[in-house]
Design a protein around this ligand. Sequence first.
Ligand code: COI
Length: 354
Amino acid sequence: MLATQTITISRVKESRLREVDFANIPFGKIYSDHMFIADYRGGEWRNFRIIPYGYIPVSPATPALHYGQAIFEGMKAYRGPEGEALVFRPHDNWMRMNISGERMCMPHIPEELFMESLSTLIDLDRAWIPSTPGASLYIRPFMFSADEYIGIKASSDFTFMIILCPVGAYYSTPVKVRIETHYTRAIEGGTGYVKAGGNYGGAIYPAKLAQDKGYHQLIWTDGKTHEYIEESGTMNVAFIINDTLVTPALTDTILAGITRDSVLKLARSWGWKVEERKISVRELIDGLEKGTVTEAFGMGTAATIAPIELIGYGEKDYILPPVSERKYGNRILEELDGIKRGLKQDPFNWVVRM
Ligand code: COI
């Protein structure tokens, strides 16, 4: 067990908390008072510290900057009825971070290091967990190669950090998405199934092209044929087709989303019909034309359940039924939100109190 006293803590002189307008929190622009840092040197994690949030010295030769050797996670904490931090499925994020680390040739993060650094940091910045409806504390653990070497090799030095960010809604309205049939997010044998920074960096340009046409994001299709649906924006995607919840089956080009998994577990526990399988663009468009596709939504930590209002394909936009009529997506959102906030029963023991 990693003893908490091995994490040295230097506190801020003065908290920035009172500068924050919790009634109007944007996504991803405000950071809490402190951050956690650990160094990987000589084959072991060391120098665990919590320091005031701020810029960090990084070698200009670090492979993270040149070759994108960087991975991250995203999770959320909510303020519980007694002021406690309710963290949603942190062990799953820990496990996924290590899957990402393995693919990107980065060291394993022990469970105790991940969980204790997280709980110590959250305890220190507990006051930063918003209690406003729709808001939460977004937790961003990340790791990057910290070698001072611009040749390409497996690095030996790494930095693991956690920063905290009170956030409001990621999308303030139902989303408009366009099916992408030229650019590719991930290809078989690549890094699509892990949270590697480069997956997101490479997606910005195609998404920007769609945003310039009035869409919020893309629906990604497979890199070989562009005939099958994979993800939407930075989220997994699901559809209600003939009263069945259908989502693309996981492959090495699709991220195993923790929100996706939560949705599937809840839906199955309610006896809903659930299918994890290939969904062709043709099937989706036919279903939109015939009206058998009645709902579409993204599933992700940042955006939770993001209803899709409109799907663009080629020159045509297909509008889905109004969000107020969507019994499946709305039920999932309400239940998940209630579980995360400690207001509903947590049948799968997802919430960890810190
Ligand atoms: C998340 O949902 O946590 C994500 O990974 C989205 C993020 C890139 C903003």
